[in-house]
Design a protein around this ligand. Structure first.
Ligand code: NAX
Length: 325
């Protein structure tokens, strides 16, 4: 019998949690031959709701799900975890300033980062989803100095998948044929969806899509505003597609991306003119559990400006929470 892998999820009773846990328990990240222990973290006021979710997980009788741990204590939730998916965050309440939201979340991710430092498996793969995701990831990583910084990432995969889908529709090609698409930067409206290197069935796609106007006036803003469009239509923010992006991000990280480029927000290493000290969406390839940035891509004047607006925004967020690092 294979040893179970421990997957911790925070904010487990939220709407993303509800779309995520069942897919994890079915094996969508780790495959159909790997038993799983779910370690679920929620705040005290959501424990009751979480109980209901756990009952439903039990009622699925998932063959791979060998145990479920439920707690409001991060150091219990993260104990020996091999993967940590940090979804729980403080939402913006009415009249709350951006700065207050940043600081409230900084507090949460500082506490949870210290707990990670103490109790996760030393090679745990950690994904931050809760917003502001890039800056929350920075705080979690900084609060866990004993862990390898390469074990931390923030999610920009939902934006990547949105861009893929919009592009496929535009050129009338199956999604599976499109590769080398990138979403750079912050998971925020400053993100930069970039198809300059994209291939359609191994042919340069930009070659057939030299409509600069569509790029700047339709493609880039539609990707960036998609989250808002979903809220307007559904009345609540994306949940199933966010959960799906989490699965894609973690599966590729653990199982490999088979040479395909995926977008991940990683601690910057100075490349592409992005200063160190922030999490930034970049193209990457995953192999044997290791994330490698795609290096040496050309950055033209337009791209440089687009990258810079995410850099400015993230450096601004960093400045606001700097005293807490
Ligand atoms: P919900 O409000 O439905 O769920 C969040 C859950 O987190 C709640 O059940 C809450 O009790 C819990 N929580 C709050 N503080 C916590 C803490 N300190 N420890 C543990 N749990 C805590 O939000 P949901 O729609 O599930 O979204 C969750 C987060 O994902 C939000 O911050 C959201 O903005 C963010 N998103 C990030 C995306 C990305 O691409 N990076 C896309 C989807 C999503 O919008």
């Amino acid at each position: 019998e294979k040893k179970p892998i421990r997957i911790a999820v925070t904010g487990a009773a939220g709407q993303i949690g509800y779309a995520l846990l069942f897919r994890i328990a079915k094996g969508d990240i780790t495959g159909t031959n790997q038993p799983i222990i779910l370690q679920l973290l929620e705040i005290p006021s959501s424990q009751q709701a979480l109980k209901g979710v756990v009952m439903e997980l039990e009622d699925c009788a998932f063959p791979l799900l060998s145990d479920i741990i439920v707690t409001d204590d991060p150091s219990v939730a993260f104990q020996d975890a091999n993967m940590v998916i940090m979804v729980g965050a403080r939402p913006r309440s009415k009249g709350m300033e951006r700065k207050d939201l940043l600081l409230a979340n900084a507090e949460i991710f500082k506490i949870q980062g210290s707990a990670l430092n103490q109790c996760v498996a030393r090679d745990a793969k950690i994904l931050v989803v809760g917003n502001p995701a890039n800056t929350n990831a920075l705080i979690a990583m900084t609060s866990a100095p004993d862990l390898d910084r390469n074990n931390f990432s923030a999610m920009i995969r939902l934006d990547h998948n949105r861009a893929l889908s919009i592009l496929a529709k535009k050129i009338g090609s199956p999604i599976s044929q499109i590769s080398q698409l990138i979403v750079w930067g912050n998971h925020s409206p400053t993100m930069y969806a970039d198809y300059r290197f994209a291939l359609n069935s191994d042919q340069p796609l930009a070659y057939n899509l030299q409509d600069e106007n569509w790029n700047t006036e339709v493609f880039i803003p539609t990707v960036a505003q998609r989250g808002t469009a979903i809220i307007e239509a559904r009345g609540v923010s994306s949940a199933a597609s966010a959960a799906n992006a989490i699965i894609d991000h973690m599966r590729d990280w653990v199982m490999g991306s088979n040479g395909r480029w995926v977008s991940m927000a990683l601690p910057s290493d100075g490349s592409y003119g992005v200063p160190e000290g922030i999490f930034f969406g970049v193209p990457a390839i995953c192999e044997n559990g290791v994330i490698k940035r795609v290096a040496n891509l050309e950055i033209n004047e337009f791209s440089k400006r687009k990258l810079q607006s995410s850099v400015d925004e993230l450096m601004g967020e960093r400045k606001l929470i700097l005293s807490m690092l």
